[in-house]
Design a protein around this ligand. Structure first.
Ligand code: MN
Length: 286
């Protein structure tokens, strides 16, 4: 704790020394940071933790992968404490200081999608983006809500499958009577369908596969998305699927280090970030 207090936040570290300091320094410079699902404007948003994370990860490029501001919630009830303001200020300041900030709006901040191709305070707005990694690999950057329809469709199919199940069981009995007469062994349609339905109901897996599949079709080596609030980084069908998680529960981000390696960071600030209770004290003091 005391150690962090004496090191100036951000910058100050020569590129050559950054590697050694990467673990010890609060300001480990990285190539790229991807964050999404911050949900500013909601009480669940962990703005202080995010500020702490950003302070510890100065970067060359910053992708805001959607649901940064929760327009849906703000329309219902205005909620905008000081730390939420600080996040916006931090992002604007990063852009001003030469960090390339790309904002890919999500479904909760879809109002920003109309500004596709424009930039505000140095922050570029894009419906989707392509990130070229240090090693040349190209990652498709998209929030992910476009795939809700695909996944919902799969759910609907599963529902229909469930209703058809009983009918299929009856058909199966007839089929196997016939198979028996032909001297063929018993074949369990129900076991086959059960397996299928169970798979179709797995929303997360469906989402991940739909996103990775589309990235593959488009010829990218990987994809970075958010939306389902589930941090993940794994290869799916030869495509690198990355979900940077969220700042409501998991407090996670995707980081590309200077050498081009990707890391999923789960930020658990054990220092500096006061509990939610004392954030009010902070506001009053400022
Ligand atoms: Mn979303």
């Amino acid at each position: 704790m005391a150690f962090d207090a004496v090191i100036p936040p951000g910058g100050g570290i020569a590129a050559a020394g950054a590697q050694e300091l990467a673990h010890a320094s609060p300001g480990r410079r990285v190539r790229t940071v991807f964050v999404s699902d911050i949900h500013l404007g909601t009480p669940g948003c962990q703005a202080l933790a995010l500020l702490d994370f950003l302070k510890h990860h100065p970067c060359e490029q910053l992708y805001l992968v959607g649901d940064i501001v929760d327009g849906w919630q703000l329309r219902k009830r205005w909620f905008w404490p000081q730390p939420h303001n600080d996040v916006v200020q931090k992002l604007l300041r990063a852009a001003r200081k030469g960090c390339r900030v790309i904002y890919v709006p999500g479904n909760h901040d879809e109002f920003a999608r109309q500004f596709d191709g424009q930039s505000f305070g140095g922050i570029e707005v894009a419906r989707e983006a392509v990130h070229t990694m240090a090693d040349g690999r190209r990652l498709w950057v998209v929030h992910g809500d476009d795939f809700d329809a695909v996944v919902q469709c799969a759910k609907w199919l599963a529902y229909v499958g469930d209703n058809l199940y009983e009918l299929m069981l009856r058909l199966n009995r007839h089929l196997n009577r016939l198979r028996g007469r032909l001297g063929l062994p018993y074949w369990s349609l129900s076991a086959y369908l059960k397996h299928k339905v169970k798979k179709a109901l797995n929303y997360v897996t469906d989402f991940e596969q739909a996103v990775a599949g589309e990235a593959r079709r488009r010829g990218y080596q990987g994809v970075v998305c958010g939306h389902i609030h589930r941090a993940e980084m794994r290869s799916i069908g030869g495509v690198l699927y990355c979900n940077d998680g969220d700042w409501v529960e998991s407090r996670s981000a995707l980081v590309e280090h200077l050498d081009g390696t990707l890391e999923l960071v789960h930020w658990a600030p054990t220092h500096e970030v006061p509990p939610a209770r004392s954030s009010r004290t902070l506001q009053e003091a400022s």
